[in-house]
Write a protein that binds this ligand. Structure first.
Ligand SMILES: [Zn+2]
Length: 182
């Protein structure tokens, strides 16, 4: 503990990919609760926005999945969210859906990483905000090692939007790769 009972700063605040500098301190750690607060889509947690969304808000769909982009407001050359059509959470994916998730993810990653604007495509599932299964793909810009690893989502809140002239052709190639999936 530090002098005011705060936990000490972790070493990563000195890493080159950490987006902040200056005087920092760790928040006071509040007591953990015995129960989780309801998420969006759970009883008491508000209406599920994914279930309400129409297909035309997505860049690719099939009978089981829908993929959307955050463009034109994306700070990364590739930033997508994959959702199940059904209102289920990750632990409810059956074997077929789990297999298809893997194949979709490999396709998006392979196609994204083949683009000269992209150095790596990160795959992430958090799920703390909403119950409806959603899975993130974050393309780190080529050569931007300062944005590497777990700090990329933080940089995403900081960097300015990338023009759609850059993101649209990448999205077209990703969608084409998904259309070729059998
Ligand atoms: Zn839903």
């Amino acid at each position: 503990m530090t002098e005011d009972d705060r936990l000490p700063l972790p070493g990563f605040v000195e890493w080159p990919n950490f987006p902040f500098e200056g005087d920092l301190r760790v928040q006071e750690v509040r007591p953990f609760s015995d129960v989780e607060a309801p998420r969006n889509g759970e009883p008491g947690g508000g209406e599920c926005v994914s279930c309400k969304a129409a297909d035309d808000q997505y860049i690719w769909t099939n009978e089981r999945w829908r993929l959307k982009t955050l463009a034109p407001f994306t700070p990364l050359p590739l930033l997508y969210i994959l959702e199940t059509r059904k209102h289920i959470d990750m632990h409810q994916l059956d074997d077929d859906l789990a297999s298809e998730l893997g194949r979709i993810s490999v396709n998006i990653t392979r196609t994204g990483e083949a683009q000269p604007e992209i150095g790596r495509v990160h795959n992430n599932r958090w799920g703390d905000g909403g119950e409806h299964f959603h899975y993130w793909y974050l393309g780190r810009p080529m050569g931007a090692e300062q944005l590497g690893g777990f700090t990329l989502p933080m940089w995403g809140f900081i960097l300015p939007p990338i023009p759609t002239e850059v993101t649209d052709p990448i999205t077209e190639k990703v969608v084409a790769s998904l259309e070729r999936m059998t």
